[in-house]
Ligand binder design. Structure first.
Ligand code: GLO
Ligand code: MG
Length: 345
């Protein structure tokens, strides 16, 4: 398989201002245009969008106005030479989504989530992408007894079916995460995402997005999730970042917490030819709260640097030596071979 040349992507939310649950912003907010030209300056190829990143204050606007603004955005993107990778309905801000989007206990609120998702598909079409990302943020429970898991599975399938019917060309990409903001999410892993696809009207158009931190939060190795999804031809997008153990979602720069785990993700991408079918490498990373204004872009630039260095490491990995050690069941020295290789010998 020819070695892919990777193309890079980030979202407007990845230029975050440092707010956390315990304190306010530590950096000034920048305009959308600033973020777009920052991506361009960094040499990134694509931007990913929530529906309301593409069209701010989306709930206050008519369907016609929304599409008009999406068309204007498409022109600005074309002007910068930046592609829209995907659009994701943001179903976790609005008052209608307090109890979930598709699995809310209130019918009218579930309808809101479906209508807003259909509109996301319309926006994506205008932006020239067929990829819709579904991070199912509030589809789960704070309290196990508040919802039925069986009913929620049906509701999720109904929502996926409604989207598949709305646009016969769109591809839906589920981004699993096991917790946060929920206590337990209904689609916590890639296995769940691929399994629920089978219950829908068109499983072929449902794939998945792996985020490193989300796999780690599920107690899994992201490299295994990548290999598993790609065995099904289902890894259509990727959010690389890092996570230091089982705590809040940290979205650290790629490789920041565990270089070896990052290396193994690259090996999995390389052996499966990720990127050769046009998939993008997105970094879902945030600046540290301590980051100064003048270092606003470092987390993205550094993530890509680490990514590319690890691609070199994966390509120069001493495969023959490793194979001989594997044949000899000498995993002790295999372990050291990997460490020495990463350390630069
Ligand atoms: C949060 C998610 C989030 C999604 C984004 C796209 O944990 O990673 O950043 O990737 O909203 O749907
Ligand atoms: Mg993500």
């Amino acid at each position: 398989m020819p070695k892919p040349t990777y193309r890079f992507c980030a979202g407007p939310w990845n230029f975050s201002e440092g707010r956390d649950p315990y304190g306010p912003e530590t950096r000034a907010a920048h305009s959308f245009d600033w973020k777009l030209s920052a991506l361009k300056k960094l040499g990134f190829d694509a931007m990913m969008f929530h529906d309301d990143d593409a069209v701010p204050n989306i709930d206050t606007k008519s369907a016609t106005q929304v599409l008009k603004e999406a068309k204007e955005l498409k022109k600005r993107l074309d002007g910068e030479g930046i592609v829209a990778e995907m659009v994701a309905p943001r179903l976790w801000f609005a008052p209608q989504t307090i109890d979930g989007g598709y699995t809310s206990n209130r019918k009218a609120d579930r309808q809101y989530a479906i209508d807003r998702s259909k509109q996301t598909l319309d926006i994506a079409r205008v932006l020239g992408t067929d990829l819709i990302v579904l991070w199912l943020a509030r589809e789960g429970t704070y309290l196990r007894e508040s919802k039925s898991g069986a009913r929620s599975t049906e509701l999720l399938v109904d929502a996926l079916d409604a989207m598949l019917a709305h646009d016969k060309k769109a591809r839906l990409c589920i981004e699993p995460k096991p917790n946060e903001p929920m206590d337990h999410a209904y689609i916590p892993t890639i296995g769940h995402a691929l399994a629920i696809a089978q219950l829908t009207r068109d499983p072929k158009r449902i794939g998945c997005l792996i985020e490193s931190a989300h796999s780690i939060l599920a107690g899994l190795d992201p490299a295994d999730e990548i290999d598993f999804a790609m065995a099904f031809g289902k890894l259509w997008s990727l959010h690389l970042n890092d996570q230091n153990g089982l705590k809040f979602d940290q979205d650290k720069p790629f490789g920041s917490a565990n270089l070896r785990v990052a290396f193994n993700q690259i090996r999995a991408l390389e052996r499966n030819g990720y990127g050769s079918r046009g998939e993008y490498v997105a970094f879902d990373v945030h600046p540290f709260r301590t980051t100064r204004e003048e270092h606003y872009l470092k987390h993205l630039d550094n993530s890509r640097k680490t990514f590319l260095r690890l691609v070199e490491k994966a390509r120069s990995y001493p495969t023959k030596q490793a194979d001989a050690l594997i044949a000899d069941r000498n995993y002790q020295d295999l372990d050291q071979l990997v460490i020495e290789h990463l350390l630069g010998r």
